[in-house]
Design a protein around this ligand. Structure first.
Ligand code: RP5
Length: 162
């Protein structure tokens, strides 16, 4: 079975956020696998994962990390697959450290950087689905339905005024 999306994260502690990417992909019927891969604590695992990601059948990597968040950038350096980076909301600096670490890539090695925390995790999944949908009409239809459902769920006025 081919899993088009890999979700990697620097620590078990990132899963609380990154599970929202997984849940969003599941809602859209996009197969994915999640791995803990730390740029600092398991550098050999990072190298093996990123070097083998394309051959393993992945099309897109979503990478979440916090603090000195080198994982998305290092993964992008080691694979030509698109890498979407999700900055974790860190305790000490509220995720601004993670954001700056991920977003400020030197020209030549891109990481598509999303918002800090849960919103970024969900949007990384939606962006991954949009990219995959370019070559998958059934997924494009599911994504359009997901967005229509979201639109229909938004009230015209706040609840206690309606
Ligand atoms: C980063 O350090 C991880 O991505 C995580 O966001 C952060 C803290 O990790 P733990 O100390 O919680 O394992 O590598």
């Amino acid at each position: 079975m081919t899993y088009p999306v890999a979700i990697i994260m620097g620590s078990q502690s990132d899963w609380e956020t990154m599970r929202h990417a997984a849940d969003t992909l599941s809602a859209l019927g996009v197969l994915h696998k999640a791995h803990i891969v730390s740029a600092h604590r398991t550098p050999d695992r990072l190298y093996a994962f990123a070097k083998g990601a394309k051959a393993a059948g992945y099309s897109i990597v979503i990478a979440g990390a916090g603090g000195a968040a080198h994982l998305p950038g290092m993964a992008a350096a080691l694979t030509e697959l698109p890498v979407l980076g999700v900055p974790m909301e860190s305790k000490s600096l509220s995720g601004v450290d993670s954001l700056y670490s991920i977003v400020q890539m030197p020209a030549g090695i891109p990481v598509g950087t999303l918002a800090i925390g849960k919103a970024g995790a969900i949007n990384a999944a939606l962006l991954a689905a949009s990219i995959l949908a370019l070559n998958d009409a059934a997924l494009a239809a599911r994504l359009a339905a997901w967005r229509a459902e979201q639109t229909a769920s938004i009230r015209e006025q706040p609840e206690d005024l309606a």
